[in-house]
Design a protein around this ligand. Structure first.
Ligand SMILES: [Zn+2]
Ligand SMILES: [Zn+2]
Length: 400
């Protein structure tokens, strides 16, 4: 592994920042303390900052000393935490019940800060590195909000890169994939309007419950009978609410859930068919139907040239044998918004087998969003080295 010496020397100090952020988690668009910590660190290191894009976003601007090139590349870290209570008992555990850095965004922030510190002292590149600290990845669409507030107009960049830690993958390994790697995330809410009645005399009403049961089954035939088998797509009904008594047929049933796809074409098909199945099934049984479908994050689709570029940098840092092909996941990631605007690549960095954590409530890799999760601080020098090498090599290669 080819780690940068000065980053290794600073790792303990940046680890302290990471643990401070971990202890003080903040949710979507409320990351004011976190943004203050980031802004102070960057300012202390002589890096000009811009604040307020996407409410709490921070952009650090590192210009090379080599000249006046207008070349630029963006590196992004997300900074928000999750609304869940931490079960860890170590010293840097969350001090706020109901809030936790269970996705490692504290670590993503730290890796980018460590890279920033090195770049501020070693500006041996020609162009600009934009350090993008993005709020509200966990459902708030902070990437979309930063773009809306003019991120790419104020800071024109040729490409943008992002990374996520991945429990279960070894420390010292990266994974990436050209094309779709995270899914689009969407929600639906359907209300079946029937007519309540005495449960012993159901013929006097319109019972929405059997309609709801058929609807849940009917949706699965969209997956197996309507979309092409080789296209990925998931419909999960996750909430069904109806009724308050054993002897009363309810007036209505509310059904909610999520839809995930890797392409907008498959999403269009699934949304259209769900609406048709819901409305026509309800009509067949004389019930009313309210159908709402909300598209959240688009699919995250890596660009081919930037993916191959990142693969080459990773191979330089950890060896080609430690750069894996990433198996796509139906999870969602709002880096997708950046990739709709700019070429780039989103990749994974192994968070290890979980042995860096204190056991007692579940060993093993401990997946993201788990109350026993913790970011592995060994990644800070590795991730920072990768960011530095990626930025340096991007700016030294011929313009694409
Ligand atoms: Zn997450
Ligand atoms: Zn995350």
């Amino acid at each position: 592994m080819q780690l940068i010496e000065s980053i290794l020397a600073d790792a303990a100090a940046v680890t302290a920042i990471r643990r401070d952020i971990h202890a003080h988690p903040e949710l979507c668009f409320e990351e004011t303390r976190t943004a203050d910590v980031i802004a102070k660190a960057l300012t202390d290191w002589g890096i000009p900052i811009h604040r307020g894009l996407g409410t709490t976003g921070v952009v650090g601007i590192v210009k090379g000393t080599a000249g006046t090139s207008d070349r630029a590349v963006g590196l992004r870290a997300d900074i928000d935490a999750l609304p869940m209570t931490e079960k860890n008992t170590f010293a840097h555990a969350s001090i706020h019940a109901g809030k936790m850095h269970a996705c490692g965004h504290d670590g993503h922030t730290a890796m980018l800060l460590a890279a920033a510190k090195h770049l501020s002292k070693n500006r041996n590149f020609d162009g600009t590195v934009y350090l993008i600290f993005q709020p509200a990845e966990e459902g708030g669409g902070g990437a979309r909000e930063m773009i809306k507030d003019g991120l790419f107009d104020k800071f024109p960049m040729e490409a943008v890169f992002g990374a996520h830690n991945w429990p279960g993958m070894q420390v010292g390994q990266f994974a990436l994939k050209n094309g779709p790697c995270f899914a689009s995330s969407n929600e639906f809410r359907i209300v079946i309007r029937g007519k309540g009645s005495h449960a012993a005399m159901p013929h006097n009403g319109i019972d929405p419950v059997p309609i709801a049961c058929q609807l849940v089954q009917g949706f699965q035939t969209i997956i197996t009978r309507n979309k092409r088998p080789i296209d990925a797509g998931v419909i999960s009904v996750t909430m069904i609410h109806a009724g308050e008594a054993t002897n009363v047929v309810p007036d209505s049933v509310e059904i909610q859930g999520t839809v995930r796809t890797f392409t907008l074409e498959v999403l269009d098909l699934i949304e259209k068919r769900m609406k048709e199945v819901a409305e026509n099934l309800c009509a067949a049984f004389d019930a009313g139907c309210e159908f709402e479908f909300t598209r959240n994050y688009p699919p995250t689709i890596n660009h081919p040239a930037e993916t191959e570029f990142a693969r080459g940098v990773m191979a330089d840092v950890v060896g080609a044998e430690n750069v894996q092909e990433f198996e796509p996941t139906m999870g969602a990631e709002d880096f997708s918004y950046f990739l709709l605007e700019k070429p780039g690549c989103y990749f994974l960095i192994g968070n290890g087998d979980g042995s860096h954590r204190i056991g007692g409530h579940g060993m093993g890799p401990c997946m993201l969003h788990n109350p026993s999760y913790d970011f592995n601080d060994d990644l800070i020098p590795l991730g920072a080295t990768l960011w530095v090498r990626l930025a340096e090599q991007w700016l030294s290669q011929p313009r694409r």
